[in-house]
Design a protein around this ligand. Structure first.
Ligand code: HEC
Ligand code: HEC
Length: 318
C-alpha cells in the first residue's frame, strides 16, 4: 500500500537512489516503510505522494553494480552502426539550444551508450550520459589520451569481462595509432563545423586525413593541424574530431558486435610494430640501468619511434 513518507525516510531514500543530488519534491517511495524499495523512476511518481504499489514498480535490476555487464546483453544484440556513428558525431558538438561543445569523449561514449540504453535497457539506462564530459581534448584539454578512445574504452570496460578486456582496449589504441582520421561522412553536417578551411566531402576527406602514430590527443591533433595548416581550436578541429568520434565509436561497436555474438573471448590482433618490438627487447620493464652504457627500462606499449625518432638505430646516435 502506498503511503506518504516522513521527511527522514525521503532524505535517506533520496540518498540511496541518486546520491542525494536531487530535488526533494521529486522523491517518492513506492512501498510501505517496511519495504525499502525506491521507485526507480521519480517521473513515474508525480507530486505529491501518489505512488504505485511495490508490485507495480518497475524492477530496477540489473543495477550498475552488477558489473561488468556482458551477462545482461543477449547474444542477438548488435549495435546499430549507422545510428551509433551519427550520434557520436553530433554528440561532440553543443547540445541543441546550448553553446558549449561536449567534446570527443562525450561523443563516443554517448553514441555507444544511447544504443545500449535503447536496445538493452538496464543497467545502461541507469548510467549518466554526461559521464564523458571531462574527457575532451585528452582529459580536460590536457592533451593526454584522446578522449574519443577514452569514451570507447569506458564502454568496453563496462561490458567485457576478465582476460578479454585489456587486449581489446590495447587493440583499440593500436588501431587508433595506425588509422587515418577523420573518415566519417555524417548524414547531416552539424552547424558546429561550418566555415572550415578544409573540405570533408566524400571526394575530399582523404586530403584531410593524417595517421597519428599515437593515441595521445596532443600528438594526434597537433600533428594533424601542423600537417594540414589549420588551427586546432576552430571549425576544422571540430569537423575532424567529431568525425573521429564516429570512427572510434564504429570501431568499438564493430569489435563488440563480434565479441558479443560469438564465443565472448577476445584475442589480440594488433602486435607491437617491429621497430618498437626491437626497442622493448633491449629496454624491457625489468632493465636495470646502473651505468650509462646500459639500456634503461621502458614502461609503455606505445609506438616508440613517434617520440624517439633518433633511437631507431643502434648504437643510438649521440
Ligand atoms: C640493441 C639494443 C637496443 C635497441 C634495439 C634499442 N636500444 Fe635504446 N639504448 C640501448 C642502450 C644500451 C642504451 C644506453 C647506452 C646507449 O645509448 O648506447 C640505450 C639508450 C636509449 C635511450 C636513452 C637516450 C640515449 O639515446 O642514450 C633511449 C630514449 C632509448 N634507448 C630508446 C630506444 C628506442 C625508442 C628504441 C627503439 C626505436 C631503442 N632504444 C632500441 C640499447 C638499445
Ligand atoms: C609519447 C612519447 C613517448 C613514447 C610513445 C615513448 N616514449 Fe620513451 N620517453 C619519452 C620521454 C619524453 C622520455 C623522457 C626523456 C628521455 O629520457 O628521453 C622517455 C624516456 C624513455 C627511456 C629512458 C631513457 C633514458 O634516459 O635512459 C627509455 C628507455 C624509453 N623512453 C624507451 C621507450 C620505448 C622502448 C618506447 C616504446 C615502447 C617509448 N619509450 C615510447 C617519450 C616517449
Amino acid at each position: 500500500m502506498s503511503k506518504p513518507l516522513s521527511r527522514r525516510d525521503m532524505l535517506s531514500r533520496a540518498g540511496l537512489a541518486i546520491g542525494g543530488a536531487v530535488a526533494f519534491g521529486a522523491i517518492q517511495a513506492c512501498s510501505s516503510e517496511d519495504d525499502p524499495a525506491v521507485c526507480p523512476d521519480p517521473e513515474a511518481c508525480p507530486e505529491p505522494v501518489e505512488c504505485p504499489a511495490p508490485t507495480e514498480c518497475e524492477n530496477p535490476n540489473p543495477l550498475p553494480t552488477a558489473f561488468p555487464y556482458e551477462d545482461h546483453i543477449s547474444a542477438s544484440f548488435q549495435f546499430d552502426l549507422a545510428t551509433v556513428q551519427e550520434e557520436a558525431y553530433h554528440g561532440y558538438f553543443a547540445a541543441p539550444g546550448t553553446t558549449a561543445m561536449r567534446g570527443c569523449c562525450f561523443g563516443t561514449y554517448s553514441g555507444l551508450l544511447a544504443d545500449l540504453q535503447r536496445q538493452v535497457g538496464k543497467p545502461f539506462t541507469h548510467l549518466p550520459v554526461n559521464f564523458g564530459l571531462f574527457g575532451s581534448g585528452g582529459i580536460a584539454g590536457f592533451g593526454s589520451a584522446c578522449g574519443a578512445t577514452l569514451g570507447g574504452i569506458f564502454i568496453i570496460n563496462m561490458i567485457v569481462k576478465g582476460a578479454s578486456r585489456n587486449p581489446m582496449i590495447t587493440d583499440l589504441l593500436r588501431w587508433y595509432e595506425r588509422t587515418p582520421f577523420p573518415q566519417y561522412l555524417p548524414q547531416t553536417v552539424n552547424g558546429g563545423e561550418n566555415s572550415a578551411i578544409l573540405s570533408y566531402t566524400a571526394e575530399s576527406i582523404a586530403d584531410a586525413q593524417t595517421i597519428a602514430a599515437s593515441h595521445l590527443c596532443h600528438t594526434s591533433l597537433s600533428h594533424w593541424g601542423s600537417t594540414k595548416g589549420v588551427p586546432v581550436n576552430g571549425p576544422d578541429k571540430h569537423a575532424r574530431c567529431a568525425r573521429l568520434c564516429a570512427d572510434v565509436a564504429k570501431r568499438v561497436a564493430t569489435v563488440l558486435n563480434t565479441y558479443l555474438a560469438g564465443s565472448r573471448t577476445y584475442t589480440a590482433s594488433f602486435a607491437l610494430d617491429t621497430s618498437s618490438a626491437g626497442c622493448v627487447s633491449c629496454h624491457p620493464a625489468t632493465a636495470l640501468k646502473t651505468s650509462p652504457t646500459l639500456a634503461g627500462p621502458n614502461a609503455s606499449a606505445m609506438q616508440c619511434s613517434t617520440c624517439h625518432p633518433t633511437q631507431t638505430t643502434y648504437p643510438h646516435p649521440k
